[in-house]
Design a protein around this ligand. Structure first.
Ligand code: SF4
Length: 167
């Protein structure tokens, strides 16, 4: 963000305008991630705890939304069964682009303790939706989720406008 005032600079070519505009837009998007909760099991308690006063998600500009229409991030936290998979996909499809996914906890990432001997649990939500950040642990602590969100913000800041396309 060294060249924020794009409108006051002398601009030798369109490329610089696009680059700086990208930086401004990405900075704004990374600092206002409104997230849709998809909490299904124990990991969701850690997610709720992260949103509460002790860890205070809001200070990262992360506001909880109960509707996919205004959310740009979905945080899946907990065991995802095969029966839930189409619902998760539907919610993801209802979000507008560009959209992001965080998989929180061993169950969401890879089926967790249900990886073996379970006919009903999805072995990773990357079979259902594209995942941007994986947070391992059973359950991961709120600090892990916060770190994952900071990594996502960094990823968004480096994103090109041309990458804003349907996945
Ligand atoms: S990863 Fe562990 S804590 Fe999280 S939902 Fe699965 S069993 Fe529960």
């Amino acid at each position: 963000m060294k060249k924020l005032p794009v409108y006051t600079e002398s601009i030798p070519g369109g490329a610089i305008v696009a680059t700086n505009l990208e930086a401004v837009l990405n900075f704004g998007r990374s600092k206002s991630l409104w997230y849709l909760l998809f909490g299904t099991a124990c990991c969701a308690i850690e997610l709720m705890c992260t949103g509460a006063s002790r860890y205070d998600f809001d200070r990262l500009g992360m506001i909880f939304r109960a509707s996919p229409r205004q959310a740009d991030l979905i945080i899946a936290a907990g065991t995802i069964t095969k029966k839930m998979a189409p619902r998760l996909r539907r919610l993801y499809d209802q979000m507008s682009e560009p959209r992001y996914v965080i998989a929180m906890g061993g169950c969401t990432v890879k089926g967790g303790p249900f990886y073996y001997d379970s006919y009903s649990v999805e072995k990773g939500i990357d079979h259902i939706v594209p995942v941007d950040i994986y947070i391992p642990g059973c359950p991961p602590r709120p600090e892990s989720l916060l770190e994952g969100c900071l990594h996502l913000q960094e990823k968004i800041r480096k994103q090109k406008l041309s990458e804003w396309q349907e996945k």
